[in-house]
Every structure is written in C-alpha cells, then in structure tokens.
Design a protein around this ligand. Structure first.
Ligand code: NI
Length: 164
C-alpha cells in the first residue's frame, strides 16, 4: 500500500469526467487500498480516484464508521434539501455552504462486482456520496455554492470539518 499525492486545485485533471470501471482487476484493488490509506492519512471523509490522478469512477467514503469502497457509484434519487458546511481535500483551507439532499438513494459495485445499494441514507455519508460523485463528473467544491464559509462558524462541530 502507498500514500498517494492528493491533487490540489489548479490542476485541470480535477475538472475532467472520470470513466466507468469496466473490469475490476488487480489494478483496481491496488487503487482501492492506496486510496483508503491516503484518505486515512488525510483524515478525510471521502476521496475520489481523480483526486489521486486516476480518471476512474472509484470512490472511498468514511463517515467515521470505517472506509467504504465504491466502484461506479450513482445517485438514483434524492429527497429534501439541507444546507451543509463542506470542505475538500483538493481545496485546503476552503470551506463552503452548499445545498445537499437530505436523503440519498444510490448504488455502486463492491470489489467483487456485486451491486450495493443505499436507501435513503442521510448525514455525512449522504453528503460525501454526493460530493464524491460530483468529483467523478468534474464538479468541484466552489461550484454551486450558497456561499463561502469561515471555519470559525462551525468550530464546535469537528465532524463537519472533515474534508472530502
Ligand atoms: Ni473533494
């Protein structure tokens, strides 16, 4: 396993669309392991492969209950709306307020190629699911924001400070 370099704002690769994974092979396993280690080291809530320079639809989410591997994740439907603070490992020191769905229905493949579904998930996992699927389409932290935020506004909410 290896800790990978996280691509930062200013690199145009972040604006590119990632390609679906067609074959889950040894290279994808290695990518998943390296991404998990990189996310843990960065203490983030989520990481998309494009953030380590790989344009494949591969994502790791960790809402505090352990890393979840997602291959070809898709949002199926959403419900409601909530304003949330959001950060991104590719945008150090930038915090924004965004409107995100209250509940998310989604699907993805696990590393065995089995479909996994998420039915009406909420909270940090739902927010990260939306943030990471945005990454796969080249949509970034400063896009579609309500406003920029000052970290002091949410100092008492450390969970919200974990970046994606
Ligand atoms: Ni991000």
């Amino acid at each position: 396993m290896a800790i990978l370099n996280i691509v930062k704002t200013g690199d145009d690769i972040l604006k590119k669309k990632s390609r679906p994974v067609e074959k889950i092979d040894e290279r994808i396993f290695t990518l998943l392991e390296d991404m998990k280690e990189t996310l843990k080291e960065a203490n983030g809530a989520g990481l998309a492969a494009v953030q380590v320079g790989i344009l494949k639809r591969v994502v790791i989410i960790d809402d505090g209950s352990g890393p979840v591997e997602l291959i070809n994740p898709e949002i199926i439907k959403t419900e409601g709306e909530v304003e949330v603070y959001e950060g991104c490992l590719s945008f150090p020191d930038v915090w924004v307020v965004k409107k995100r769905p209250l509940k998310v229905w989604g699907k993805a493949l696990d590393r065995e190629g089995n479909e996994i579904t998420f039915d009406g998930v909420e909270g940090l996992f739902a927010q990260a699911f939306c943030h990471e699927t945005d990454h796969l389409d080249g949509t970034l932290l400063p896009d579609n924001i309500v406003r920029y935020a000052d970290p002091e506004e949410f100092e008492d909410s450390p969970r919200r400070k974990r970046r994606k």
